[in-house]
Ligand binder design. Structure first.
Ligand SMILES: *[C@@H]1O[C@H](CO)[C@@H](O)[C@H](O)[C@H]1NC(C)=O
Length: 379
């Protein structure tokens, strides 16, 4: 009994402690981005850029004016001094938004290489990049070469990029820009046409939207080899939009109307006042919906009119009931009957007078439309 409880507590504790690092307020997004490994040539480039920044900074810092001769001697010795190198190395990989861990480890792994370049190869290689990243670390290649042996890139005719260009990776194949295809990007892609070509340059432009995947011989809807569905060829050979709203019977469902657009069509819901329509709004109904009636060429809500009629009818029925009641009372007591009769007559005439004199005439209830307008105006 004790053992399972203890193990349960142990599991609980381990789960809790495992969760603790996540709960700490260090930005998980930043960490994830930092953990992404930068490709080796890019990492070396970043490190070299950081080194060059350090070179710039230390070049500026030591100008103080004063004795020019003495200053130059001092600066000259500082320029190639170990002091300056150490200063640069101390600030290496700072101000990096990405891959700073990777940069730091690459820098500390290759401290000796920086020293070697600093003291032995600076004159021969004024730029540290080719010496460090291409020759020593062998992670990059010279521009326009790729792969482990830095083989030359093919000519992508300016319409593509060599895969692995400048690095020890990639297969050296051309990755063509959009609109171009072929091994050396010297052809136009599907649905593009040659808008310019000479010995050196090729320019491909997109075919008109109306052209099918067969492509086109030039720009515009007239130059399509064949038309896309939703378009039809006319006598002049141009592709024209098919008006599906006319050519297709029942293109849309009941209580929808059809809107034609280039290459296709859209179905939209009819106004709520309609039962079938030819367009948007209560004036384009084929028939009026239930509770609506055609008035002045529009389908209008008549449900409140029906309700008013119903209210009037019930009011008269109540009056009738009262009269019958008075008649019954009158039979047993003339006096009481007469008094109640007068009271009821007063009540009926007063309420009818009030109903008819009020501005909304027969409508005893508040008109919902008026109320809506009132609320909207007051906002
Ligand atoms: C290779 O990269 C260099 C810049 O590093 C660029 O000038 C050149 O056009 C690229 N070549 C190809 C074929 O992608």
């Amino acid at each position: 009994m004790l053992l399972p409880t203890a193990s349960l507590i142990a599991i609980f504790l381990s789960v809790c402690t495992a969760d603790v690092p996540n709960a700490l307020p260090n930005d998980p997004l930043l960490k994830a981005r930092d953990a992404q490994k930068i490709p080796p040539c890019k990492a070396c480039t970043v490190l070299v850029e950081s080194f060059k920044k350090g070179l710039e900074k230390t070049a500026r810092n030591k100008h103080d004016g004063g004795d020019a001769d003495w200053e130059e001697k001092k600066l000259g010795s500082y320029k190639t001094s170990e002091v300056r190198l150490v200063e640069i190395q101390e600030s290496l990989c700072q101000d990096l938004t990405r891959g700073s861990d990777q940069c730091h480890s690459l820098a500390s792994d290759n401290e000796h290489l920086f020293e070697e370049w600093w003291f032995k190869h600076q004159a021969e290689y004024p730029d540290i990049f080719p010496w460090l990243c291409i020759e020593q670390l062998k992670v990059c290649c010279p521009p326009n070469t790729y792969g482990p042996n830095c083989d030359p890139c093919p000519d992508c005719n300016g319409n593509g990029k060599c895969k692995g260009n400048g690095t020890r990776k990639g297969n050296g194949k051309c990755t063509c820009d959009t609109g171009y295809s072929g091994e050396f990007c010297s052809e136009c892609a599907v649905q593009y046409y040659e808008s310019f070509r000479d010995e050196k340059n090729l320019l491909c432009s997109p075919c008109h939207n109306a052209c099918s995947i067969d492509g086109c011989t030039g720009g515009g809807a007239k130059k399509c080899l064949s038309c896309k569905s939703g378009w039809i060829k006319d006598e002049q050979g141009g592709c024209n939009d098919v008006n599906e709203c006319i050519t297709m019977k029942n293109a849309c469902k009941a209580n929808q109307f059809c809107v034609n657009n280039e290459g296709s069509f859209t179905c939209l819901e009819c106004d709520r006042a309609c039962s079938g329509c030819t367009g948007d709004g209560p004036d384009l109904c084929e028939k009026c919906a239930q509770g609506y009636e055609l008035r002045d060429g529009q389908c209008k809500d008549i449900s409140h009119e029906k309700r008013d009629q119903y209210v009037t009818l019930t009011r008269y029925l109540v009056y009738l009931g009262l009269c019958i009641a008075i008649a019954v009372i009158f039979q047993s007591s003339t006096w009481i009957g007469a008094i109640v009769g007068v009271a009821v007559a007063l009540y009926i005439s007063a309420s009818e007078y009030w109903l008819h004199s009020s501005p909304s005439s027969v409508t005893p209830t508040v008109d919902t439309k008026q109320l809506e307008d009132m609320i909207r105006d007051s906002l």
